[in-house]
Design a protein around this ligand. Sequence first.
Ligand code: CS2
Length: 500
Amino acid sequence: MSAAALPRLSAANVAQLAATVRRPGYDRGALGAGIVHLGLGAFHRAHQAAYNEAVLAAGDLRWGTIGVSLRNPAMRDALAPQDNLYTLALRDGAGESLQVIGGLTACVVAPENPERLAAAMARPETRIVSLTVTEKGYCHNPATGALDEAHPDIVHDLAEPHRPRSAIGFIVEALARRRESGTAPFTLLTCDNLPANGETLKRVVARYAELHDRDRDLARFIAGEVECPSTMVDRIVPATTDADRQSVAAASGLYDSWPVVAEPFAQWVIEDRFPAGRPDWDRAGAMFVKDVAAFELMKLRMLNGAHSTLAYLGYLAGHETVAETMAAPGFARLVEDLMACEAAPTLPPLPGLDLAAYRRDLIARFRNPALRHRTWQIAMDGSQKLPQRLLNTIRARLKANAPFERLALGVAAWMRYASGVDEKGAPIDVRDPLAERIRRMTSGIIDAPTLVSAYLGLAEVFGDDLPAEARFREALAKALSELMARGAARTVAEFGQDSF
Ligand code: CS2
C-alpha cells in the first residue's frame, strides 16, 4: 500500500501505530503550556521537543509547548489534522527508531493573528519563550552582534509595536504587557547557533526596547529582570523529504505529513538561570552549567565551521549531501585537519572533554549514511553564519600568528558559491539575506584578488579589522585563485600536496 493511503496520524488512532513506535503515555488533555516556542522548524521538533517529551513522560505536565511559525502556515496546516502530533525518526547506519511527540498543545501562525501570539506570550502561565529562528531571525549585524536598526522588520515593528512581525518585536511587546500587568517576565531561551547566543539576544532585545520606549523604563526592566541563558544546541536535522514521509509511514503504520528525521546524537548545554522555573531537561541528558561559552565555541568552530566548509566545497564539487562529500577524495582529511590543526588550538580548555574524541565523533556523524543532509541546505545564509563559524577562528589564528589555510579555503568557497554561478557556469540558487547585493557586487569580476576585495567591503560579515589584515587578504586570494583555476574537487583532493 502506498504510504499516503495509510490512515493519517492523529490522537484517535495512536493505538494503530506499529508496536515499536514510542508514543505519549501521558494525558495530553491535561498539558499546560509553560513554553511558547518561536520558530517551529525541524530543528526544534527534533531537539528541544525531544528533551521536553521526557519531562512530560515523567509526569510534569506543566511544560507543553505552543509552537509558533513566524512566517507561513505550512507547519500548522500539516499538524492540525494530526492533533499536533508528529513522528521523530532517528537514523544512522545501525537502524532507525521512531517516536511520536505529543508535547505541542497548539500551533500559532504569527502573521495571521499577531494579537493571539502576543497574548499567549503575556499569559502568566508562559514561563519560557524559546527560539529557533535561525541566525537571521535576530535582525542583528553578524559581525558586531548589535541590533540592525535599519532591518525592514525592525523598522516595521517599531512603527507598529502592537502588531509586530519579528521575534524581537513580539518578545518586547509581550514583556511590555507583562510589566504593565505586574506579571514576572519569562525566561528567554535562544537555541540558535550564534556566539554568546543569550547575550546576543539580550543585547538586541534591550536595544529594541530602548528604541521602542523613549522613557527607557521598559529597556531598564528588560536589562535588569529578564534572564537570557546561553545554550549550546546540537543535533543534525536535515529538511524532511518526500522519501522520508514514505518511509516513516511505512515503518510506523500511519501517514504523517511532516515527520522529522535526525541523527541519534543530541547535545544540549544550558546556563541554569530560569527564575520563572524550568523543565528538568537533564532527565533526558541536557547539561545545566554556569557558563556555556566554552561549549558553544567548541561546537560553532568545530562542527559548524567544518559543516559550512564541507557545504560550500562539496556543493561546488557537485556533491548533493554531506555524506557524499565526505566520501570524495580529500574532504574528510581536509575537515579533520581544519578541526584538529586550525580550530581546536583556538578553544579554551574544557576540563574532562576530549577534543580529539569529539572530532572523531564529528567525522562519523558527518558520514552518517542514513541522512541525506543537503550541502545546499547548510550553504544557506552564509553571510550570517561565517563570522562565528570561520572568521572568529581566523581572528584567533591571526592573533596567535598561526596558519589558517583550511579556514581560508572554507571562506573562499563561500565567496565562490555566493557569487551565484557554479563551476559549470550554471546558476546557484543562493539563499542569503545579502544574496542580491553580493550578486550585483561580484558580477563580471573574474580574478580572485578583485573578488576578495569586493567581498571584504561587507562590513557586517568581515568587520573593520579583517579587511585591514594583509595576511587574511593574501590567504583568501590564494585559496580563491586555486578554486577558480582547478575547481573544488581537485583543490580538495590535492590540498597540501603542492602549492598550498
Ligand atoms: C548546519 C547546522 O545548517 C547548518 O548550517 O551546520 O544546522 C547543524 O546541522 C547543526 O548546528 C547541528 O547541531
